[in-house]
Design a protein around this ligand. Structure first.
Ligand SMILES: *Cc1c(COP(=O)(O)O)cnc(C)c1O
Length: 413
């Protein structure tokens, strides 16, 4: 994949080829795909790109590292099914995701359930299914212990640790601060001692330090601290650590200036550290859980130009898609500063750049912006606007009900 920045400073999006002026998705020209889908807007996910991503990553990681897919990045059942055939396990964060994961046929022993605020019905479902429960608090442990007594089933559990360090320069910090996620590292030993008095089947530890990171050195540092912390906490455990989830956090380039992450140094570091970990934790299976990195670059969002208008010298392309479908691209999913995702006129890739336009959606709010003053060929109503890097936290992370327009369609091609 080419990685030199284009004129706007976005990383090259060469993973979707262009032919006769059209972006190809799964080998299909975008206008033909739009006809096949039967409507705009829609999300399209390219299965070959997901397969290639898993293969490339596995080639750079030690064989002993197990790869899990965190479903919340893209829970479309067809996508989860496709990935289930390639990864070693699935991570879910709700009962709905648990159902999708079980539907794939993945063995329950290879599914884990994390997330704060799991209800008793969710703990019961996880227990009945036989999946691993990542405990987020002492209170949750006590509730699950009661379910174990009531059902006579011994749930397999891990303790999710709120680490005493952070993944530096992350899109989202998940460690080193007061957190609803996991149990503060210094409280874990007491929790593990208490667990020994319950009917819970201790399996291991879950340490997740951050998300959307493009710096291999920062991820390596977090892994180093994660492995140290795990070895320290294992001393207080009621049983050997068999399951050690070291998180993930591998990011993808979204904005001008972002360069693709090279996972090479991450794999090299793990390869160097594994012999010592094996010595300290001889029964532990080591897991990396990834969402965005496996699916984010394989997806695009496509909408249609409905209108062109000029206001006080600025040209607006008004489309049938917007923030209600793709909150992240509009800059409203946790971003501090709004920056453009890579956006193109997907059926005019061969045309010369002619103008600067702002791409908006149909919602009556100034928040509904998909691209702010980008250089583009001249687009007219009927043309297709495409947003790259839309395979993760797109469809399911957007407020479809806002303004009561129809929801987009999703296809896997
Ligand atoms: C969200 C989440 C992930 C996936 O994060 P990505 O940035 O999409 O890779 C993994 N583990 C846990 C615990 C999460 O909450």
């Amino acid at each position: 994949m080419a990685s030199s920045p284009d004129k706007a400073g976005h990383a090259a999006m060469g993973h979707f080829p262009v032919d006769h002026g059209e972006v190809l998705i799964g080998g299909i020209p975008v206008t033909r795909l739009a006809r096949r889908v039967g409507q705009t807007p829609f999300y399209a996910y390219d299965r070959r790109l997901m397969t290639a991503r898993v293969d490339q990553l596995r080639a750079r990681l030690p064989q002993a590292i197990h790869l899990h897919y965190a479903i919340k990045a893209n829970p479309m059942p067809a996508v989860v099914c496709h990935l289930a055939g390639m990864v070693d396990g699935l991570d879910v964060a709700s009962l709905g995701e648990l159902r999708v994961a079980l539907d794939t046929g993945m063995a329950p022993t290879r599914i884990s359930f994390a997330g704060p605020g799991k209800g008793d019905h969710e703990l019961m479902a996880a227990t009945a299914a036989g999946v691993m429960v990542s405990l987020e608090s002492e209170g949750e442990m006590e509730r699950l212990a009661r379910i174990a007594d009531e059902t006579g089933i011994r749930p397999r559990v891990a303790v999710r640790v709120n680490p005493d360090f952070e993944l530096k320069r992350s899109g989202m910090k998940m460690g080193g601060v007061p957190s609803p996620f996991g149990v503060d590292a210094e409280r874990v030993p007491a929790m593990l001692r208490r667990m020994g008095e319950t009917g819970l089947d201790f399996q291991g530890l879950h340490i997740y330090a951050g998300s959307q990171n493009l710096r291999p050195d920062a991820i390596v540092e977090a892994h180093e601290l994660t492995l140290e912390l795990a070895c320290r906490l294992a001393a207080a455990a009621p049983a050997p650590v068999r399951w050690l989830n070291i998180g993930g956090g591998l990011g993808i380039p979204y904005f001008p200036g972002d360069a693709p992450l090279d996972p090479g140094p991450i794999g090299d570091h793990l390869a160097a550290r594994l012999p010592a970990v094996k010595k300290n934790l001889p029964h532990a299976e080591i897991i990396m859980e990834l969402g965005r990195y496996l699916v984010g670059e394989a997806g695009v969002y496509i909408c249609r130009v409905i209108d062109r208008k000029v206001s006080k010298g600025r040209t607006f392309l008004v489309t049938d898609g917007g923030m209600h479908h793709h909150l992240a691209a509009s800059g409203n999913l946790g971003q501090v500063v709004r920056r453009n995702y890579p956006v193109v006129i997907a059926n005019r890739m061969g045309d010369a750049v002619q103008e600067t336009v702002t791409v908006v959606g149909p919602l009556c709010t100034p928040l509904d912006r998909l691209a702010d003053t980008i250089d583009a060929p001249r687009a007219i109503p009927g043309d297709l606007v495409l947003i790259y890097q839309s395979g993760a936290y797109g469809f399911s992370a957007s407020p479809h009900g806002f303004l009561s327009h129809p929801a987009p369609v999703e296809v896997l091609v």
